[in-house]
Design a protein around this ligand. Structure first.
Ligand SMILES: Cc1cc2nc3c(=O)[nH]c(=O)nc-3n(C[C@H](O)[C@H](O)[C@H](O)COP(=O)(O)OP(=O)(O)OC[C@H]3O[C@@H](n4cnc5c(N)ncnc54)[C@H](O)[C@@H]3O)c2cc1C
Ligand SMILES: *[C@@H]1O[C@H](CO)[C@@H](O)[C@H](O)[C@H]1NC(C)=O
Ligand SMILES: *[C@@H]1O[C@H](CO)[C@@H](O)[C@H](O)[C@H]1NC(C)=O
Ligand SMILES: *[C@@H]1O[C@H](CO)[C@@H](O)[C@H](O)[C@H]1NC(C)=O
Ligand SMILES: *[C@@H]1O[C@H](CO)[C@@H](O)[C@H](O)[C@H]1NC(C)=O
Length: 589
């Protein structure tokens, strides 16, 4: 009785928040995200975190100091300073978006080199379609500068707050199987990287890698362990236009479509709403620049949200998670999907209004978005939804890829799990954006995808309380373990919880070549940390085994204490993938 009243209240506040979000679609504003580095004394005695204010184990990291080089010369001096004294060092960026501990120097008294001031265009060669930028340049600025010169970066992540150095570091991508594919590192044709060096060379050198240099296969996806990338040269295309239509269909032939959609549409992707039994297919193709249209992609998710609304929505979400029924959760999820459909997910035909599909627009207005980044600072009246200064949205992002050849079987397995009880997916999956599937081509990057793949993204609830279970967390956990272990999947280097990285390096056929380059560039491992050693299989394990670790995604459970038995969550086999071990809620324990 009180449960259903709670559910109703939750629905009401959620409704309010969603309608607020829709009203705000066309407003500017948004306090930009905070600096991930904070120091007690000027630039010393510092902490570093990510854009969410929390790494996977809920800690933040410490470092002795931070330095902000503004030129390559200053960057070389910064690397020489740490190399001459053998300090641990790591590159951080303007906002450090990666969820795992990639931004932390080893130990707790290392040095952070921030690329926040390395944000300029170095040169643009329009005739050769080459663009060289400093590594800290924010994707938004890169895309804009390219467009101003009549050029396009053909593929990019969907959020433009990332830096070019940082997004390359984790192999970030958009969606495409065409040409060189959807990952940004495929378009890197040159790089200048600063690495430690012997005293005889002044403790630091700039290595210039051209398109044919074999080390570029290591440097273009490097987790930051090779040194600091100073500049990146990208091969660009003439500015083009795209035509986008979001098509909502039932998911009866989803497993067949996943195999072909990426061949049919250059920028195609898919969003699966398991409870609704629908797939939103993004039909997205290049069109002639003479095609009329000045469309804009202004994704709702990346829009500035009123702080008040974020807090209310979080309260509603927590209540739905902790004290509600599946019926209420499914109602809220359906509302969420309807709102996003009604707002055409932030697409407009002219930057103001949505009048219908297709939305035709220039590449730089369609490829990525991030309005909440653009300010002006309004003193936290509005912000990005995940801003850690607000007790708003807080979530996990599981991102992993499965070889395209196995994608139909994987999708069929996910559907089998859904068919057992679709309602369980409301709280876990439908309540957010659903399951996003994007295409990535096989790469020559040693830490890139060895085969043509689909990348799967699931954004799901994370409690602010350590060890607090998510409602029906076992369905996402089973999908994750199925992808990684039944289908040999690979975690996105910049997303995911610890468990996803366990043993993953063994599935990279070129890992040894990568480590060879690392040994030559940074033989003392100054740019390596505990986390990078763990995920690269050098020492230790990314898993943290302790009470409640599977609830937190720090381990796969092997006994009940890794779940939350006192709250009814026990370590049990998966329902479709029996080899999975997930924390399942047992009603009558
Ligand atoms: C809202 C949001 C949306 C996202 N959307 C997508 C998406 O659509 N597609 C996708 O693939 N990913 C996406 N991501 C993940 C994101 O692309 C990665 O986490 C990316 O690596 C973050 O880039 P960053 O500039 O914040 O770098 P950071 O997270 O700060 O750094 C990443 C790594 O690169 C290293 N590094 C950074 N700069 C340099 C340099 N100059 N030289 C050497 N090493 C360096 C760092 O040390 C670190 O190891 C998203 C993340 C968020 C938060
Ligand atoms: C660094 O700051 C912490 C507080 O965050 C303080 O306890 C510590 O003493 C400081 N260390 C140094 C070396 O200043
Ligand atoms: C580049 O960084 C500097 C220093 O942080 C800043 O003042 C400037 O506005 C930045 N440029 C762009 C295009 O963001
Ligand atoms: C859920 O209910 C319990 C018991 O009534 C209460 O202590 C808790 O605060 C509630 N949680 C939320 C998020 O409302
Ligand atoms: C279960 O795991 C915990 C924590 O890792 C450990 O202390 C305990 O001994 C394990 N119990 C069994 C029965 O294996």
């Amino acid at each position: 009785m009180s449960v259903s009243r709670g559910g109703k209240r939750a629905m009401e506040s959620l409704l309010m928040v969603l309608s607020l979000a829709v009203v705000l679609v066309h407003l500017a504003g948004g306090s930009p995200p905070p600096d991930p580095v904070n120091c007690m004394h000027g630039t010393s005695n510092c902490t570093i975190t990510n854009t969410y204010g929390s790494f996977t184990d809920r800690t933040i990291c410490r470092a002795a100091k931070v330095t902000y080089p503004g030129t390559e010369q200053e960057l070389v001096a910064a690397v020489a300073a740490v190399a001459s004294t053998k300090q641990k060092v790591k590159v951080a960026t303007k906002h450090s978006h990666s969820i795992p501990k990639l931004a932390c120097p080893g130990g707790d008294d290392g040095t952070i080199i921030s690329t926040a001031r390395l944000n300029r265009t170095v040169c643009i060669d329009v005739a050769k379609r080459l663009m060289t930028v400093e590594s800290g340049m924010v994707l938004r600025d890169l895309i804009e500068a390219a467009a101003a010169a009549g050029l396009s970066l053909p593929h990019s992540p969907y959020w433009y707050g990332l830096t070019i150095g940082g997004l390359l570091g984790t192999g970030a991508h958009g969606s495409s199987l065409w040409g060189k594919g959807g990952a940004v590192h495929e378009y890197v044709v040159g790089m200048r990287i600063v690495t430690p060096a012997p005293a005889s060379q002044g403790f630091a050198v700039v290595r210039e890698l051209d398109a044919d240099h074999p080390d570029l296969h290591a440097a273009k996806v490097s987790l930051g362990v090779l040194g600091v990338i100073s500049q990146v040269t990208l091969t660009m295309q003439p500015l083009f236009k795209r035509s986008v239509t979001l098509v909502r269909r039932d998911d009866s032939d989803f497993q067949e479509q996943v195999a072909v959609w990426g061949d049919l549409h250059e920028f195609g992707d898919m969003t699966w709403l398991p409870h609704q039994g629908k797939v939103v297919y993004r039909r997205d193709d290049r069109v002639d620049v003479s095609t009329p249209g000045n469309g804009l992609n202004d994704l709702l998710l990346f829009h500035p949200s009123p702080t008040r609304g974020l807090i209310d929505a979080r309260v509603a979400e927590e209540r739905l998670q902790e004290n509600s029924t599946d019926a209420a959760r499914c109602e809220a999820a359906a509302l969420q999907a309807a709102t996003s459909e009604r707002s055409s997910n932030g697409f407009t035909n002219d930057g103001v209004a949505f009048t219908g599909y297709p939305v035709v627009g220039y590449q730089h207005r369609i490829q990525a978005s991030g309005a909440c980044l653009n300010g002006p600072d309004d003193g936290l009246l509005t912000a990005c939804a995940w801003d850690p200064r607000i007790r708003g949205s807080f979530y996990y992002n599981s991102g992993f890829s499965v070889a395209l050849s196995k994608a139909p079987a994987f999708v069929a397995d996910m559907k089998r799990l859904r068919d057992l009880n679709p309602d369980l997916f409301c709280a876990a999956v439908d309540a957010r954006v659903g399951v996003l599937l994007r295409y990535i081509k096989a790469s020559t990057a040693y830490l890139g995808k060895p085969e043509d793949s689909i990348d799967i993204d699931i954004v799901h609830y994370r409690s602010r309380t350590d060890g607090m279970p998510r409602a029906h967390a076992d369905v996402v956990d089973e999908i994750e373990q199925m992808a990684l272990h039944k289908y040999g999947g690979l975690p996105h280097w910049g997303k995911n919880r610890n468990l996803a990285f366990d043993g993953a390096i063994a599935r990279y056929p070129k890992a040894r070549e990568f480590l060879g380059v690392k040994d030559r560039y940074d033989p003392e491992g100054l740019f390596s940390s505990e986390w990078t050693d763990e995920v690269l299989g050098i020492s230790g394990s990314p898993n943290i085994i302790k009470k409640g670790c599977a609830i937190e995604g720090l381990c796969v459970c092997s006994n009940d204490s890794h779940c939350a038995p006192e709250q009814g969550y026990f370590c049990r086999p998966g329902k479709v993938y029996k080899e999975a071990r997930v924390c399942s809620f047992i009603k009558d324990y």
